[in-house]
Design a binder for this molecule. Structure first.
Ligand code: ADP
Length: 450
């Protein structure tokens, strides 16, 4: 086992990793930008190193600075959290070349899954069901139009390098194709430096269901059921739950096994998430994330496992602490993402926190790096906390969420908390009857949000 690890991240996820490491008796090194000198992750870690100015490019994304921080402090391994360098294959290679361990999958797995066309092709070969669409990239508008006519509209044009909801455009009819095709290409080029796109059938009423997988890198892999993350705004998740209200035990076992077998086949190591759209009883693979997800705590809640601890274990060469048959679902869990954003437009709202009080009690977990007097810097993501509840069943989890949201105090900045109060009054949310478009429609109707 490692003696000391470095966490190449900030905010709540840095705390999350520090907590797991501390329980394992492992020393922790935080890195931070000059804008984050007062941040909670710096205070909580055993040691900290300033890695650069506020801009992420020059600090949290600066590979030389992060490697140097390891060398200065003697950290043996790096946990990347999510975002930043977590899915950067080049970084993983450099980490290894310096004799350090990356707590996550191999550079090769990241590379394969980071390109959506290659990922889809790989998954198809591994027997994972995919959304019908083009066989690989689509180079010209003529080709795109021919495919649209053949598949039937609507279709979605996706940048192979896309992520975070960027580089995806829907063509409702043939008339939309030119605009959608050019925009997806342009977004791929400007955001990810790659204008290759592919086409998929656009599913009109799917749910977003993702399967948590975990591998030991030695040919063993398990699944930890699904999360339903259908409540999204602009393809970004805001409310996640496990198990999925629409998924039966039989469906879970079936798709879970397909995913676990696929991961065993490729010797996957660490945590991963295989994302699907689910419509009329069918699963359609859309992409794989080769890292810990923001919403991993709902899975931890219902299975009673610590996914970060497992990540650290397998990265150090140990076996997983569980096998498939040990993983039994207990109750229901929901997470809401609390962002420093102003409704109705969700505009970022950085600033000073004048008062912070986290909810507590049975079945309540608040993952946040906030504290009284903390100033949220304007340079990074607007996620400031995740409230996770666990109950014996879905109604109990919903009631607990309602109660916990009532206890939470975040003063000084606007947050997305009022959105969740409103959602908890919606019959569709209470009954779990929603798909990936539900929230956008609701926002349009109730907040005039476009
Ligand atoms: P990103 O990498 O940008 O997150 P994904 O491929 O994971 O992109 O898709 C994000 C979201 O976009 C999905 O959760 C879903 O809401 C929507 N989406 C993606 N592909 C399709 C599709 N074929 N049909 C309908 N919606 C889709």
């Amino acid at each position: 086992m490692f003696n000391k690890i470095l966490i190449a991240n900030r905010g709540e996820i840095a705390l999350r990793v520090i907590r797991a490491a501390r329980e394992m008796g492992i020393g922790t090194v935080a890195v931070h930008s000059t804008a984050d000198s007062d941040a909670m992750h710096v205070r909580m870690a055993d040691e900290s190193v300033c890695v650069g100015p506020p801009s992420s490019m020059q600090s949290y994304l600066s590979i030389p600075a992060i490697i140097a921080a390891c060398e200065i402090t003697g950290a043996e391994a790096i946990h990347p959290g999510y975002g930043f360098l977590s899915e950067n294959a080049n970084f993983v290679q450099i980490v290894q070349d310096h004799g350090l361990t990356f707590i996550g999958p191999t550079a090769e797995h990241i590379r394969v899954m980071g390109d959506k066309i290659t990922a889809k092709d790989t998954m198809k070969k591994l027997g994972v069901p995919c959304v019908p669409g083009s066989a690989g990239g689509v180079a010209t508008l003529e080709e795109a139009k021919a495919l649209g006519a053949e598949m039937g509209y609507p279709v979605i044009i996706k940048a192979t390098a896309g992520g975070g909801g960027k580089g995806m455009k829907v063509a409702e009819t043939a008339n939309d194709m030119e605009r959608a095709f050019q925009t997806a290409r342009a977004e791929g080029k400007s955001n990810f430096g790659n204008d290759e796109v592919y086409i998929e059938k656009y599913l009109t009423t799917p749910r977003h269901i993702e399967i948590q997988v975990f591998g030991d890198g030695k040919g063993r892999a398990v699944h930890l059921g699904e999360r339903d993350c259908s409540l999204q705004r602009r393809h970004q998740k805001v409310f996640e739950e496990a198990p999925g209200p629409a998924i039966s035990a039989e469906e879970r076992a079936r798709i879970g096994k397909v995913c676990a077998d696929a991961m065993a086949d490729i010797n996957y190591i660490g945590a991963g998430t295989i994302e699907f759209l689910y419509e009329k009883g069918e699963f359609y693979f859309i992409e794989m994330n080769t890292r810990l997800q923001v919403e991993h705590p709902v899975t931890e809640a219902i299975f009673g496992v610590d996914l970060v601890r497992e990540q650290i274990r397998v990265a150090s060469g140990m076996d997983m602490s569980f096998q498939q048959e040990d993983l039994q679902i207990n109750g229901h869990s929901i997470e809401v993402r609390i962002n420093a954003e102003k409704l109705p437009n969700f505009s970022p709202c950085p600033g000073r926190i004048t008062q912070y009080h986290a909810p507590g009690g049975l079945g309540v977990r608040m993952d946040s790096a906030l504290y009284d007097g903390y100033s949220i810097p304007p340079y990074y993501d607007s996620l400031i906390g995740k409230l996770i509840v666990h109950g014996r069943d879905r109604p109990e989890a919903l009631a607990r969420l309602h109660r916990a949201l009532g206890e939470l105090i975040v003063d000084g900045v606007d947050t997305t908390v009022p959105l969740f109060h409103a959602l908890l009054a919606e019959p569709d949310v209470l009954s779990g009857d929603y798909n990936i478009h539900w929230l956008e429609h609701w926002l349009e109707t109730n907040l005039g949000n476009a």
